[in-house]
Design a protein around this ligand. Structure first.
Ligand code: F6P
Length: 368
């Protein structure tokens, strides 16, 4: 990490899948940066822009009115990993290393530091680029909330809000038609969206990647509810959930992506299986990218603003190699290196899990 006399020019990018609150972070970084007399360069489409040299100057007018806007004014990509850059040669995709180009553009733009807003993938790439001499401050984002180093990532609350609203809507139609409703939510390896969304939306069954489920436990739960005169059941299933001994349901594989696997389809399988085994009419809904789009909740706007302003503060103090993180409800920072050590997965000791169990939620196992 190269210390400079006083930082004058920073770059900012948003990497990986987008989520509500990215613009609020960009605003939270840019406004104080401009106030300190810094220049801000917005790198377009995540690390892709860093490799291809695509960027714009960001002025105060550009960040006005974006606090409540979903998406990211800078664009994002989950295919732009400089260390894993796909090139098509003779009709075949070859993975190449473009980190030298990334470093060259950073130097050519005269950047003193980069604010990298992203999830696990973005922090891994940041670590690699820091080892090549870049000064980076990280800001954790992901609707999945699966970074161990921070109590919360922004975007998660907005996604949970969407899931809750969808479940409220599904409940009324499930009740009218006496149906089982299966709702598929995002969450590749961590089930936080399903757990928190399911808890807020009153799911009867929650299936998450961390706890492979038993089909019989699922059937029994819906049958018991039906026998008790309850006219419907709601099942909230994370896209990464799988039955015991079963496999992840993969929709598509794309080697150009940092994580090549695209998940999707588990709700359909669960719904068909419930209907076949219990005789109860069942429907399914896949929420998909509705969870990532749209306006951030008030909570996410506040967290994003705190994260953004804290990140630029770290950059100005030249505390590079750190990622802002929520600890004991306060914004602090951790090293980017430590931030990528562990994924935050749902544990049996988590309060949300314990409370869900206490109100009778079935996690698809007789032993849980
Ligand atoms: O990591 C965030 C996330 O929303 C995951 O929950 C989901 O599996 C993935 O992104 C979907 O990515 P894409 O939009 O590239 O299909």
């Amino acid at each position: 990490m190269a210390k400079v006399k006083k930082i004058k020019r920073i770059g900012i990018l948003t990497g990986g899948g987008d989520c509500p609150g990215l613009n609020a972070v960009i605003r939270g970084v840019t406004k104080p940066a401009l106030d300190h007399g810094l220049k801000v360069l917005g790198i377009l489409d995540g690390f892709e822009g860093l490799v291809t040299g695509s960027a714009i100057e960001v002025y105060d007018k550009d960040v006005s009115g974006i606090l409540s806007q979903g998406g990211t004014i800078l664009g994002s990509s989950n295919k732009g990993d400089p260390f894993h850059w796909p090139v098509e040669i003779d009709g075949q995709i070859r993975i190449t290393d473009k980190s030298k180009e990334a470093i060259a553009n950073y130097n050519m733009w005269g950047l003193d530091a980069l604010i990298a807003i992203g999830g696990d993938g973005t922090m891994h790439i940041s670590k690699g680029l820091m080892e090549l001499g870049m000064n980076i401050v990280g800001v954790p984002k992901t609707i999945d909330n699966d970074l161990e180093a921070t109590e919360l990532t922004f975007g998660h609350d907005s996604a949970v809000y969407v899931v809750t609203e969808a479940m409220d809507r599904l409940r009324t139609t499930a009740s009218s038609h006496h149906r089982v409703m299966v709702i598929e939510v995002m969450g590749r390896y961590a089930g936080w969206i399903a757990l928190n969304g399911g808890l807020a939306g009153g799911a009867d069954i929650i299936l998450i990647p961390e706890m492979p489920f038993e089909w019989d436990a699922v059937y029994e739960k819906v049958k018991r509810r039906s026998m008790l005169g309850k006219k419907y059941s709601i099942v909230c299933v994370a896209e990464g959930a799988k039955p015991k001994g079963g496999e992840l349901i993969i929709k598509k594989t794309d080697v150009k992506r940092t994580d090549p696997i695209q998940l999707g389809g588990v709700a359909e399988i669960v719904a068909k299986s419930i209907e076949k085994s219990t005789g109860l009419e069942t429907r399914y809904t896949v929420l998909g990218h509705l969870q990532r789009g749209g306006t951030p909740t008030a909570f996410d706007r506040i967290l994003s603003t705190k994260f953004g302003t804290s990140a630029i503060d770290l950059a100005i103090k030249q505390k590079f190699g750190r990622m802002v993180a929520l600890k004991c409800n306060e914004v602090r920072s951790v090293t980017i290196e430590s931030a990528i050590q562990n994924q935050k997965l749902v544990k049996l000791t988590d309060q949300a899990f314990i409370s869900a169990k206490a109100v009778g939620v079935c996690f698809g196992s007789k032993n849980l």
